[in-house]
Ligand binder design. Sequence first.
Ligand code: FE2
Ligand code: FE2
Length: 359
Amino acid sequence: MDAIMVRWVDMARSAAVLDTGFGALDLRKARKQSLTGPVTFEELGYEAFPIKFLVPDFMVPCNLYIPVMAKGEKLPTFVKVLERGQSYSEAWRKALKEQRVHELYVEAHEVAELDGYFHEILRAYAEDEATPIAQKALVLHHYGEFIARRLFGEVNDGTFVKKAGQWADAVVRYLRSNRLRAGHIYRRFMKNYEMFTHSVQVSMLAMAFCWHMNWRHEDVVRLGSAGLYHDIGKVWVDSRILLKPDSLTREEFAHIRRHPESAYAHLASMGWMNADQLATVRQHHEAMDGTGYPLGLKGSEIHPFARVLHICDCFDALTTHRPYKKAVTPFKALRIMQSEMRLSFDRHLLYKFIQYLGS
Ligand SMILES: [Fe+2]
Ligand SMILES: [Fe+2]
């Protein structure tokens, strides 16, 4: 059973001040403690909610809690720190940041409804010219990450395909009405690799790039929602291999290389996606010179969606810190892609991609 992390505070000492507000619960003095036992947060009925998803000046979408561990207890108590409908102010954002609180907890049954929160913010932003595009891009990014976290966690739940499509549609509508530039998207790269954020980055970049090339709205949406799923096959790869800091053995490498095929098999059997989307997921590691995997397809045998995704996937991989390698700058990433990796990509698309990033 996985250990779960909780913040430890002396409940007896803190109980008197908990009611008076979050500020009184001095989390700087709290220390993290690993709780091992036959429980997970999920079993306790709660799920993590990253603080970064909350946008100042909008109402808190649900009650948010912090798990507090009393001395001698085996299970945490969930203390409400933000209430549904309360305004989330900039002061709150700063206070939580100062306290180094990166995530709160939400009652699990409320999580499914949270995409309404992102919709509401995006609807408000659509009319609001004063909000910087970078902030709008950030909310689109967080909305995508919220869905990616859910769909990676519940791979058998088809409702997330629809939600991924709604997210992709929201991105394309923004691409249509705002000057969302490549920099707004890839500026967020060069961070530590996380499966969810990687999926969002690759997908958003691919959509923005294809929109820039005047692809049809519905094709960009299809590519975008498949992009969110492109690495779903890694759910079936042992995480010790995925996070291994040393070089992989031949067997481990072969194990990872199965992820496009296992994703394809799963998604095809579920009947959630059309042929273009299935090809995108299955072929995103195919290379133009036939050296890719899983099928070793060549040139025009590779679906155009997959060729775009392959470029964006490599760009993100190069510009993100991984356990086994440091990130390079976007400029250096493009140099590598143009030199040692060039035979892997559709030459025409790579040329356009470089132009797009510089636009
Ligand atoms: Fe992949
Ligand atoms: Fe990927």
